[in-house]
Design a protein around this ligand. Structure first.
Ligand code: NAD
Length: 430
């Protein structure tokens, strides 16, 4: 989001489905932990965050009054390396949500084999109601409160809901002022001019495209014969649709918050991107006919990419899904109750912690470039991303075959096993 877009930020719609995406995640964690025969102590260790910080952020608002916001940072696990995870500014964010999101990051980093642990941060505020000056004050005071937590070798934030490149730049600057040196590697998702990485904006969608091609190959689907539907047309959805179309796939369905859009003969994704650049949303797009959100998810297709939000594929609509592959661009788009239904139908689900890990992978590249002080070409970023996503996809696939489980449980088994084995080797310091 650009700074002025932050001002238009709307509170996310409440989750209507009864399942909580984080409980859904922990349910899968439990299944994987049991399959691994994790001993009780290790299980407890992996469930418990290593650090939880709550700070107060008093700000003098533009009208002269003082308001106090609450800020959080949870480090779920740092056994694999410095912890990594986004910073969320939202009116309803709370410590429990941040705790769950931090755990999610631990598994995601472990799946793609990057040397990071998992963390997440949040500030309970409504960025839509803050002026740019107030937003900067909140960010800088939050950072000042986290000076002992953040650090290139300790804990590295990134953007998430309600935060953007500019917020990351303020974090980097505040931290650098206190350290009395320019510390670019303390945060990722920065503007290019202060040490951001080429290719980061497209990284998540590019990663989704790569693992989708991997899954298609497993079931011998050639791009030219593959029909795609993408729900969500923001950063992740639009890049995924664009790149899959460039690979030769036919995109018949797109959707965003305004509804679904369908064309049997295929939608010109470039035109849709142009449309959204001018109109912000797909509404009114003339290159396809309007359908409902549920019709979109239930379209006849080979690959469905939910890239909008959590809890979209539930026990209610899972029986009606016709795709052969679901590539989870969003975090938690499938509820735990939908999993067995999709499995029964033989649908391959590429789980979020693998499918959308391209973003954190290029964040890792950004951190590496900052630390070395040498910046890569876009081509090098993309080649390395491809290498890591392909390796992760193959490892998850092999683990799933070995344990005779879904790719999702395979991914959790792989991640938990890696963290647990690292813990065994390092030992418990007492
Ligand atoms: P975004 O804000 O750029 O786009 C979200 C899109 O979803 C928009 O097109 C919006 O209109 C649409 N949408 C919102 N509510 C909807 C609804 N109820 N029904 C249908 N469409 C709806 O967000 P993004 O960065 O593309 O993130 C999308 C998902 O991917 C989120 O779950 C996010 O956590 C996840 N994710 C993003 C990244 C990243 O790098 N951006 C990385 C990992 C995971």
């Amino acid at each position: 989001m650009e700074p002025n877009e932050l001002l238009n930020y709307k509170e996310p719609a409440p989750i209507t489905d009864k399942e909580n995406p984080f409980e859904s995640m922990m349910e899968r964690f439990d299944v994987a932990a049991e399959m691994l025969g994790l001993e009780k102590g290790v299980y407890e260790y992996l469930k418990t965050p290593v650090k939880q910080i709550i700070v107060s952020i008093p700000i003098q608002m533009d009208n002269g009054e003082i308001e106090v916001f609450e800020g959080y940072r949870v480090i779920h696990n740092d056994i694999l390396g410095p912890s990594k995870g986004g910073l969320r500014f939202a009116p309803d964010v709370n410590i429990n949500e941040v705790k769950a999101l931090a755990a999610w990051m631990t598994w995601k980093c472990a799946v793609v084999n990057i040397p990071f642990g998992g963390a997440k941060g949040g500030v309970r505020c409504d960025p839509a109601k803050l002026t740019p000056v107030e937003l900067e004050k909140v960010t800088r005071r939050y950072t000042a409160n986290m000076l002992d937590i953040f650090g290139e070798d300790k804990d590295i934030p990134a953007p998430d809901m309600g935060t953007n490149e500019q917020v990351m730049a303020w974090i980097m600057d505040t931290y650098s002022m206190h350290m009395k040196r320019t510390a670019t590697g303390v945060v990722t998702g920065k503007p290019l001019i202060i040490g951001g990485s080429l290719g980061r904006r497209e990284a998540t969608g590019r990663g989704v495209m790569m693992v989708t091609l991997g899954a298609m190959e497993k079931i011998k689907l050639k791009p030219k014969e593959t029909v795609i539907v993408v729900q969500g047309f923001g950063n992740v959805g639009s890049v995924t649709a664009q790149l899959l179309q460039q690979q030769g796939c036919k995109v018949v369905g797109l959707g965003d918050v305004t509804g679904g859009y369908f064309s049997k003969k295929g939608i010109d994704v470039e035109k849709a991107i142009e449309w959204v650049k001018t109109h912000k949303v797909l509404s009114g797009f003339t290159g396809a006919e309007k359908i409902t959100q549920s019709e979109l998810l239930e379209l006849e297709c080979d690959v469905l990419v939910p890239a909008a939000k959590e809890d979209q594929i539930t026990a209610r609509n899972a029986p009606k899904i016709k795709a052969k592959i679901i590539a989870e661009g969003a975090n938690g788009p499938t509820t735990a109750k939908a999993d067995p239904i999709l499995k029964e139908k033989g649908i391959i689900v590429i789980p979020d912690i693998l499918a959308n890990a391209g973003g954190v992978t290029v964040s890792y590249f950004e951190w590496v470039q900052d630390r070395v002080g040498y910046f890569w070409s876009l081509d090098r970023v993309n080649r390395r991303l491809e290498r890591m996503m392909t390796a992760a996809f193959n490892s998850v696939y092999e683990t799933a075959e070995l344990y005779k489980v879904s790719l999702r449980i395979g991914a959790y088994i792989m991640a938990i096993d890696k963290v647990a084995k690292t813990l065994k080797v390092r030992g418990i310091y007492a």
